[in-house]
Structure formats: structure tokens, C-alpha cells
Design a protein around this ligand. Structure first.
Ligand SMILES: [Zn+2]
Length: 419
């Protein structure tokens, strides 16, 4: 693949103009020249570090409820009706929504065996089966599913979909569960995906139960020994941030979800000062209600300036890196998240010829403050185009099933569970 006469956002916070070439699944050359005229901007593929893709089935459900009531009254009763087929339909639709918005890699957490949906969509994914107390044998099933899927994927040339380990949260597990999973992970060797200190109540109840914060508790169980990525972290303390920095645990900031559920504002600026890697996530579509990483960049940039009363907080480049390179780091990936020779050829290509994007004085600022997912015209994963807006109804070239079939499956499942 050869992308000629394009603008690009490059490592070192530089803007370039020129040609990007790929060979196999990687970038083989980046050649720069004097800027000319072009309406195309190439960004590294966006990395969504906290999502529940199958929740596209529940888009917008339970609006107006706080987290505990939202989960128990709106979400869990509907999720109890889901079948493997429903979850697959929701995950595939979520993957398509993300690809259409320039997201090439996702960290996704849900209950079912649905990771193949991301393979079908041609997306990179780190999928986790939710670890939480439930049926007997559930912990063993989570461990076995993770082990067997990763072994199978290692033997296959196609795709980049692996399973990490997960506990939903401190409050939906117990210490035995956490310690057993941590012990199993000495062999599995995966990073941990977890919800942490999303609400004040959850954070304080953990302190009352265990005498320590959720992050300190997870660290003590051994679950942070291989690093990981913790969603929300709204009520984390400075000591929590120090533990995260030391244990290579990234903070995944979900500004839309935290505001919609009235959870608060994660102190990401302080976390960064203390050395924590901060990435971005959309969360699921029942608490967002879309999977648009440009919106997350926009909100992340604005809310922290507002809270600090300081417009110099978080530069546009800080925020672009949260959605790209920092996301890659959160998932333990040194081979994605930047446009550089040798990195995987994952791109999000934007059409700048739009009323709200001209003139393009400052491209990083434009990405964070003016762009949205609908401006993406092409998405490339590993050198292969998986979304091309110019093809209209056939835009999802990378999916073996058509957009129409995916839509039909999604709507049929949604209609069945929402009766
Ligand atoms: Zn979540």
C-alpha cells in the first residue's frame, strides 16, 4: 500500500507531508517532502483501551441512573437474556462502528465467548472474559478460555486477537477469586483489564471492607504483577497512582461515561505528574452512547482545562498520544500507535475537505477540537483496508459478512432482548 501526498502526525509530535509505504503488515517507508496540497491526514490507528463492544445491543439503555442502579436495574436483567449469537452480533456491530471511526485496536471486556467477532472484522483486540463471582467453575472457565484461545491464536497466522485476564472489579469478586486468577496468571502471563474506583461509593466500600483502596487491594492479591490497564480511576489517591506507575498499570480515562453516570472526573493530570501512563476509552454504548474516540479526545482535553481553570493543561499532542501511543503502551504493545518504519501499518485516514476542518492551521489541535469519527474515510489495519467510506454500502471490505447482514443480526437480537 502506498499513501501519497498526505499529511501525517509523526512521533516526536511532528507534522509531516509526503508518502507512507507498507510491506506486508508493517510500515516500510515514510518519506517527507515540502508540503503541497492535500485533503488527506493520516493518523496512527486509534486505540480504544476500554470498551464493551457487545453493548451496542443496549445502546442508551438506562439513561439517568447512577452506576449501581444502572447495572442492577437496567443492564444486568437484559444481559441475562443474551445468547452467544446476540453477543456476537453486538460485538461485530461495535467493531464496525469503531473501524468506521478510525479505531484499529480495542481492549474489550464482556462475559461471553465472542472474541472471534474482532477477527472477522479485521480489528486488533485484547479481549477479556469478565471475572466476577457467579456460577461454580466460572473462574476455572475464564482461565481455561484465556489459555486455550491464546494457544490457538499463536498457531494461526491470521489476526491479532488475544485474551488478557480480567476481574470486573473489586466489588464483583472476592479475595479468593483474585488470588487464584493471579496465581494462574504466573503461567498465562497476561495484562489485567479491570474497572477501578469508578464511583466514590465503590472506592469507599472497598476501603471499609479491606482497609485499602481498590488499587492497593489488587496489588496485594498479585493481580498487578504483569501490569495492566485500569478503567476510570476517578477516585484514586496519589498513593494509588504511585502504585500504578510502579506496576506498569495504565489509567484508562473514560470522560463521557464518567460524566453520563455522574461518577466524577479522573485526576489524570495528577496521575501523569506521578508517572502514570494515561490512555483513553469509550466504555460501552449504554454509558456513552457511541464508540467515537474523537469525542473522548475532545472531552478529555476540555474538562481538565475547565477543572484546573487553566487552558495550558493538556496540549492537543498530549491528548492525541493518549488515543494512540499511550493506548498501545497500556496494552503492552511497542509495535503500534505511531507512524514509523517497522511499526504495524495501522492508519486512520481523515478527509480534511469539510466545512468544520478548514483552514487546517494546526493539525493536532484540529484532531482534538474539531474532528469527529464521521470525518474518517479509510481505516487500515496491518496494511489492509478494513473500512473505506468511498465504497458506500460495501465500506467494510475487511468483514466477511456484509454490513446489511450484520445490521439485520443486530436489530433482531436487540428486538428480542428489549421486549
Ligand atoms: Zn466499563
Amino acid at each position: 500500500m502506498k499513501l501519497e501526498n498526505v499529511w501525517m502526525l509523526l512521533p516526536g509530535r511532528r507534522v509531516g507531508f509526503g508518502t507512507i509505504e507498507t510491506e506486508g503488515d508493517s510500515i516500510s517507508s515514510v518519506s517527507l517532502r515540502e508540503p503541497g496540497k492535500s485533503d488527506r491526514l493520516v493518523l496512527p490507528g486509534l486505540v480504544n483501551c476500554h470498551c464493551h463492544a457487545p453493548m451496542t445491543l443496549l445502546r442508551g439503555v438506562g439513561g439517568g441512573l447512577p452506576l449501581k442502579r444502572w447495572l442492577e436495574e437496567a443492564i444486568f436483567p437484559l444481559e441475562a437474556k443474551l445468547t452467544d449469537e446476540d453477543v456476537h452480533a453486538g460485538a461485530l456491530w461495535g467493531a464496525m462502528e469503531m473501524l468506521a471511526g478510525g479505531t484499529t485496536t480495542v481492549a474489550d471486556m464482556y462475559e461471553w465467548n465472542y472474541q472471534h467477532a474482532f477477527l472477522e472484522a479485521g480489528m486488533r483486540a485484547r479481549v477479556t472474559t469478565v471475572g466476577r463471582l457467579g456460577a461454580p467453575g466460572r473462574l476455572a472457565e475464564c482461565i481455561e478460555r484465556t489459555r486455550s484461545w491464546n494457544e490457538r491464536m499463536r498457531g494461526e497466522a491470521r489476526g491479532d486477537v488475544y485474551m488478557d485476564i480480567c476481574v470486573h472489579s473489586e466489588y464483583l469478586t472476592d479475595e479468593h477469586f483474585c488470588r487464584e486468577l493471579a496465581a494462574a496468571n504466573r503461567e498465562l502471563g497476561r495484562r489485567l483489564h479491570v474497572h477501578v474506583s469508578e464511583t466514590r461509593r465503590e472506592h469507599e466500600e472497598c476501603v471499609a471492607r479491606h482497609g485499602k483502596t481498590p488499587i492497593a487491594y489488587l496489588a496485594d492479591t498479585g493481580l498487578l504483577d504483569r501490569g495492566g490497564y485500569a478503567a476510570h480511576c476517578v477516585w484514586c489517591t496519589d498513593d494509588d497512582f504511585r502504585i500504578m506507575a510502579e506496576r506498569d498499570v495504565s489509567l484508562v480515562h473514560n470522560p463521557t461515561s464518567n460524566m453520563k453516570l455522574g461518577s466524577g472526573f479522573a485526576r489524570i493530570v495528577r496521575a501523569m505528574e506521578l508517572g502514570v501512563n494515561v490512555a483513553l476509552g469509550t466504555d460501552g454504548t449504554a454509558s456513552n452512547d457511541n464508540l467515537d474516540m474523537f469525542e473522548e479526545m475532545h472531552l478529555a482535553s476540555l474538562i481538565h482545562k475547565g477543572i484546573a481553570n487553566d487552558p495550558t493543561v493538556l496540549s492537543p499532542w498530549d491528548v492525541v498520544e493518549m488515543a494512540t501511543k499511550n493506548g498501545a503502551k497500556a496494552l503492552g504493545r511497542g509495535d503500534i500507535g505511531e507512524i514509523a518504519v517497522g511499526r504495524k501499518a495501522d492508519f486512520c485516514i481523515v478527509d480534511l475537505d469539510r466545512p468544520h476542518l478548514l483552514p487546517a492551521h494546526d493539525l493536532a489541535n484540529l484532531v482534538v477540537h474539531s474532528m469527529h469519527s464521521g470525518d474518517v474515510v479509510q481505516t487500515v489495519v496491518g496494511g489492509r483496508t478494513v473500512y473505506d467510506a468511498s465504497l458506500g454500502g460495501d465500506a467494510f471490505d475487511g468483514c466477511p459478512i456484509s454490513r446489511a447482514a450484520a445490521k439485520e443480526a443486530l436489530l433482531a437480537s436487540a428486538a428480542r432482548i428489549l421486549v
